[in-house]
Design a binder for this molecule. Sequence first.
Ligand SMILES: [Zn+2]
Length: 249
Amino acid sequence: MTIRFGPAGLGLAKKGLKACEIAFTYGVYIKNDSDALRIGKKARELDIELSVHAPYWVNLNSEEKAKREATKQRILDSCRVGELLGAKVVVFHPGYYGKDKDKAYETIREGIVELMKEIKAKGWKIKIAPETMGKINVFGSVEEISKLVQETGCSFCIDFAHVLARDKEVDYSRIEKAFPQKEWHCHFSGIVYGEKGEKHHITTPLEKWKELLAHLPRDRGIRIINESPSMIEDCAEGLAILKSLATPR
Ligand SMILES: [Zn+2]
């Protein structure tokens, strides 16, 4: 088993952090291809696996075709730069339910299939990874993301904080069954939530780190991206706890 920890945001190659998610959450900010190539090369030298988070302003289930197309373009722009970076995955928020939950699934699946076709046509290796979402009225339950993966072959991002906020508990064995794949891309942090789900991310409480690290399956390659407000310190704490867990489970 390998677990790589890293911050959401271009972090520092210190304290043993071996993963990093470049957050294009408010736009694809790496404008020059040469910069992307240079960052990618540096990351490989430091043995840091990169990932990318696509902009927040996306919805593969918008009722307006123009907005669905703009969503795909934003995800593809993220993929293009991600490919130059040598990133493994582009994480994105799939969309909203709109009026009809079942139709939302179909529309989002169709969007993913089209995106994967484009990626293949360009000869890119990068994978797209819809994320489990933390609000009950937003598309992205464990079951929905798992079904998308099964039906399209796309990748995925398990956000454990979102699962907790949405389901009010994290059923690790259910998640393990829903995602039998060997490689897991995960988000993790503390979270404040209510009846409707996620409110905001917070620094991870010690016991939450212990719970996660004790329950993660031992036979996968796992990247854990920390999205708490103090992400670098938080990751370092997670890593220290992992090292101290002599006999996990
Ligand atoms: Zn996200």
